[in-house]
Design a protein around this ligand. Sequence first.
Ligand code: IMP
Ligand code: MG
Length: 209
Amino acid sequence: MLARGPLPWSGGCPVQDEARARRGRVAVAEPAPTLHPDVLEVLVPADALARRVRELGAEIGRDYAGRPLHLIGVLKGAVTFLADLARALPLPDVTVDYLAISSYGRSTETSGVVRFAKDLDEPVSGRHVLIVEDIVDTGLTLAYLREQIGGRGPASLAVAAMLDKPERRAVAVRVEYSGFRIPDRFAVGYGLDFDGHYRHLPYVGALRR
Ligand code: IMP
Ligand code: MG
């Protein structure tokens, strides 16, 4: 039988196993879900992420019915969530832009310093803007973005963040659409990285450190 089922992690090899099985050398059983060796445990499994994105998409669809919606993704971590969320929006008029802010670099601790590393390509004035972010940690990034983008005269401004670490909050910030609360662990996967790695993992996991 060929290997089927969810991708364990991208280093897992269902494709290779299938190829081997096709060549008739190995009979492949259902693969045991394999965790990336640098991940201690799964915080949010891939199927839960997919379910929650569908719920958020439906909710946002209801809230913005009859209005054009402009999504602003915060590079690079929000790319995965934005790609899924955009496709879950039952809205006829959705546009997308991206910005980048200064990142953690090689550390797992925030510097507290937030600045634009890449500004938006398009103006937001008069548009219904939804900032799409991967995770709210101290809240400094989103507080800064709400202030900066809010100052450019959007018709409305809201935030969607897939993950939230409320224990780490340093400044209060409003998040209208929130996916999951996670404990104070360094999370990787579903767009979140450490030093540029692990963004491709289909689940959110706690990094082994
Ligand atoms: P904040 O400004 O402290 O809220 O941090 C927000 C940004 O820090 C997020 O957009 C992420 O890029 C990054 N970040 C915060 N926590 C984590 C984590 O657990 N894993 C990976 N990146 C994180
Ligand atoms: Mg980020």
